[in-house]
Design a protein around this ligand. Structure first.
Ligand code: CS2
Length: 500
């Protein structure tokens, strides 16, 4: 079906949208922004914004509007589109059976771009109305140096921010400046709520912020340590990159013109530690779970789902796969992934209250196989340098320490070296590599033919894994075979066969 007259998504047109689009049932003019969110990409809009929109629909408590903030010039396009649409966007939820739900999310109230007006961002965060500042700044955004285990003060943007505290570039500069204003005004602080896939994401944020703020003002850092809460949380909803086809679907099949909708799966999960500096939305009324210790949940999710994505992403990219659903449905890839999960990850997971791990993994396979979520391997491999070190390396290191199995993860590291060295797939087509460390990855990897362990010199990713003889033997063996025949599948097959 093609609809000739499309309706532009904006506040004035909400009532005229077709019946198969759900719209906010609350009065958006009465919204106040209790949340400032830094980094408003697809995941934030399918997850925290969805929960918050649903909470406001059900409770009528309109104090939880979300003011988005973009810290990068690259966020300008989104800011422009959201502004034109009165900060409305469509969430397209795609079920595995083909059912699609179109829902307009109404909880965004504004979107500020820090490079245009840093003070307005600091003022918004410092406004007493703001109870929570939440973050999706990606795993690499925490400015953590894995070699020293500390905040990286050498980063050029940090050097800039320390010299220019009123016009910072990084999130820690904004949090510090805004919390300083709150403290100086004698106000309560906001909660800082990380929504990134990092184990103990709240503790990590706290540690990084205290290190940075301590350089600016030691009393402030002490006040933050005593007064500000940083709840740890596990976040989950697969949200592929929006494509032109998604916009065309809304325009042609539904009759709505939305220039930046978000697509996601129906599954969603948010498990949060219940410690907040001030009031919070009652997200538990709309499916979030509050617990005292989120550790087992976050470890399970990051080590199975996120690492599982990287396993398929890296191996699949070399083997000419495009998307997670097609890769996981390839029997060899499916078996390899399950072996990785069962023999390398599951043994190091603690019991997870209320969750049966075998069933959790079965559900993961169903989610990955959703044929309507075309999650591209290039999205999955985006910034793999921080993903490999966050999602995969810790599992490898724990297994090395515990005499656990390491074959599946080791082949992924060897394959990732090959991927960064050759930069083409098995058909000779160029790989789409987007990584802040792309040059370093390439120059370390391309030495492999002469020096087989060269790639592992990148300690900020691989930590001290090269000091483990068992890993080195296995890695070298995998590298030798891969560089001899480039046949990733036969190596995967061998590992799967040996295990059965
Ligand atoms: C993915 C995540 O980026 C990645 O590598 O694993 O974006 C994943 O889809 C989400 O964490 C799902 O909750």
């Amino acid at each position: 079906m093609t609809i000739n007259d499309t309706i532009l998504l904006n506040q004035a047109n909400l009532a005229a949208l077709p019946d198969n689009v759900t719209v906010p049932n609350y009065d958006r003019t009465a919204l106040t922004a209790g949340i400032v969110h830094i980094g408003g990409g697809g995941f934030h809009r399918s997850h925290e914004a969805f929960y918050t929109d649903e909470y406001m629909q059900q409770s009528g408590d309109l104090s939880w509007g979300i003011c988005g903030v973009g810290l990068r010039e690259g966020d300008r396009k989104m800011q422009g589109i959201l502004k034109e649409q009165d900060y409305l966007y469509t969430l397209i939820v795609k079920h595995p059976n083909g059912q699609v739900e179109n829902r307009v999310i109404g909880c965004l109230t504004d979107f500020l771009l820090s490079c245009d007006d840093p003070q307005s961002v600091i003022d918004k965060m410092a406004d007493e109305q703001t109870k929570i500042v939440s973050l999706t700044i990606t795993e690499g955004g925490y400015n953590f140096n894995p070699i020293t285990d500390e905040f990286d003060f050498e980063h050029p943007d940090v050097i800039h921010d320390l010299a220019n505290p009123d016009s910072p570039r990084l999130v820690f500069g904004y949090l510090t400046a805004a919390l300083k204003k709150r403290k100086d005004a004698g106000q309560k602080p906001f909660t800082v709520q990380s929504c990134d896939n990092i184990q103990h994401n709240g503790n990590m944020t706290r540690k990084m912020l205290l290190a940075y703020a301590g350089q600016i003002d030691r009393d402030l850092a002490q006040w933050i340590a005593a007064e500000v809460q940083f709840p740890n949380a596990m976040v989950d909803r697969i949200t592929p990159a929006t494509t032109p086809a998604d916009m065309a679907y809304l325009a042609d099949d539904i009759g709505v013109q939305d220039n930046w909708p978000v697509v996601c799966e129906p599954f969603l999960q948010w498990i949060i530690e219940d410690k907040f500096s001030d009031v919070r939305p009652l997200w538990e009324q709309v499916g979030a779970q509050f617990v005292t210790d989120v550790t087992p949940y976050e470890k399970m999710k990051i080590r199975l789902l996120n690492a599982g994505h990287s396993v398929l992403g890296i191996l699949g990219s070399i083997d000419v796969q495009d998307t997670i659903d097609s890769a996981v449905q390839e029997p060899l890839f499916g078996r390899y992934l399950r072996l990785f999960m069962d023999s390398e990850v599951t043994p190091i997971l603690e019991p997870v209250p209320g969750i049966e791990l075998a069933q959790y993994k079965d559900v993961l396979f169903e989610r990955f196989a959703n044929p309507n979520i075309k999650d591209s391997l290039s999205r999955i491999c985006l910034e793999s340098s921080s993903k490999v070190s966050t999602f995969l390396l810790p599992t490898l290191l724990e297994n090395l320490a515990n005499e656990g199995k390491i074959e599946c993860a080791t082949l992924v590291i060897a394959a990732w070296c090959y991927y960064n060295d050759k930069r083409v797939n098995l058909n000779g087509q160029p790989l789409d590599i987007n990584d802040v460390m792309a040059d370093e990855l390439h120059s370390a990897a391309e030495q492999t033919a002469r020096e087989p362990l060269a790639f592992l010199q990148l300690e900020s990713i691989f930590s001290d894994v090269k000091s483990h003889p068992r890993f080195v033997t296995e890695y070298q063996k995998q590298i030798d075979i891969l560089y001899r025949n480039g046949d990733i599948k036969s190596q995967m097959q061998k590992i799967v066969d040996q295990a059965s």
